[in-house]
Design a protein around this ligand. Structure first.
Ligand code: FEO
Length: 392
């Protein structure tokens, strides 16, 4: 794509990655993504905010072909999808300086071997002038690494936020127009990338709330001409009350756990509790992460294998523990053949989850009538816990 004008002397640059389906060899990208860089031309100086993934360096250099002089490359976040083309940009503009936070400087030197003499570090709240364009740097740690900051272009009231408020969408659109689609993609992105740091991000949102922002320009996905759309969504995901929902990731080997899960889901539904059920043998792990953003309860369904939970369930539990959702309750259902330590092993794997564990129901072989009664009791207990906590 060619560079695109946002306002006078402010341009989108970057690349749309239509084909990427996995990020960090972990995160599914069903809709591709984009790597957005932004060019700002002041009366005296020119700055590029972020670059692109190294696989798209040539496209960025082509977009820069009409730019005779670049004074600054501003690196808001040192992960390689935004910083990976900096060395080649510096080859093209050897007099340019890299402006970044002190923490990011160290990371960029380690990861990209950029020599120290290229760097200018900025403090929280520091400003630079490009001549009639003033950029203020605001530290916003953990969106998504500890070194991250955002840049506020004062005269135009644009917040350049890098990963913060991003979404993984490949599109030729520059601005959000289909809010439903972007909400879904941004929530997935929040769940996979931001949710573990939600308590810090809450402070970051408070910090930027004092600024008059007309537009948020992230480095993935679309620009927000209505910033309240995404800021309000983040506030809800971070601080909103969890919902009357059970997220139920499960695996079944020979059908016992599937029979338990099917019965249990129907029982929960009868008692007015919504369920999102995920068979981890086939599920998109990003969908599971999204469901965990709002759910009041997680119930894990697993058979016992090698005296413990199924390995796919171990992966799911590890992910839940790492993502730290605001879930309040957790239980386990499943089956076993002759014994095991499934409950103890799973309970030991989730120290980050501040949840109340509700008595699990494990059946020996296929569920019996007594097991079904126990599942009904568990469903009623969950419904009661939700009611008592005022969860709707
Ligand atoms: Fe888009 Fe944390 O990089």
């Amino acid at each position: 794509m060619k560079k695109r004008k946002i306002k006078d002397n402010i341009y989108w640059m970057g690349s749309v990655d239509w084909d990427r389906r996995l990020f960090d060899s972990l995160i599914p990208l069903p809709d591709g993504t984009s790597y957005n860089a932004y060019l700002i031309e002041g009366n005296e100086k020119t700055a590029l905010i972020d670059t692109v993934d190294p696989s798209f360096t040539e496209e960025l250099l082509s977009q820069l072909s009409g730019i005779p002089k670049l004074d600054y490359v501003i690196s808001l976040h040192s992960e390689q999808d935004h910083s990976g083309s900096i060395p080649n940009v510096l080859k093209k503009y050897p007099d340019a300086k890299v402006i970044t936070s002190p923490k990011a400087k160290g990371l960029l030197m380690d990861q990209l071997q950029i020599p120290e003499e290229y760097f200018i570090t900025v403090a929280d709240g520091e400003e630079i002038s490009l001549g009639k364009k003033t950029i203020k740097f605001i530290y916003t740690p953990w969106v998504h690494w500890p070194e991250t900051m955002v840049a506020y272009l004062k005269e135009d009231k644009i917040l350049f936020s890098c990963d913060f408020f991003g979404s993984h969408i490949a599109t030729t659109d520059l601005y959000v127009s289909d809010e439903t689609r972007v909400y879904e993609a941004a929530k997935r992105y929040y769940a996979e990338i931001m949710m573990p740091f939600r308590n810090v991000i809450k402070n970051n949102i408070e910090k930027i709330s004092s600024y008059d922002i007309s537009m948020i320009a992230p480095s993935h996905g679309l620009i927000y001409p209505k910033p309240s759309f995404i800021i309000d969504a983040y506030k809800d995901w971070i601080q909103g009350s969890p919902k009357n929902t059970v997220v139920l990731p499960y695996i079944s080997m020979h059908g016992s756990t599937k029979r338990i899960v099917d019965y249990f889901v129907a029982s929960l539904e009868e008692k007015g509790v919504r369920v999102e059920q995920f068979n981890l043998a086939v599920t998109d792990i990003g969908k599971l992460a999204m469901a965990m953003v709002d759910a009041a309860t997680i119930v894990i369904g697993t058979p016992t294998i090698l005296v413990g939970p199924h390995p796919n369930i171990v992966y799911g539990a590890y992910l839940a523990n790492a993502l730290r959702p605001k879930t309040k309750f957790l239980s386990i259902v499943g089956s076993y053949g002759w014994g095991g330590k499934t409950v103890e092993i799973l309970a030991g794997m989730i120290p980050n989850l501040k949840v109340e564990i509700i008595e699990p129901v494990l059946c020996k072989g296929l569920p019996t009538d007594d097991d079904f009664k126990a599942l009904d009791k568990l469903a009623e207990k969950i419904a009661q816990k939700h009611r008592e906590a005022g969860i709707k």
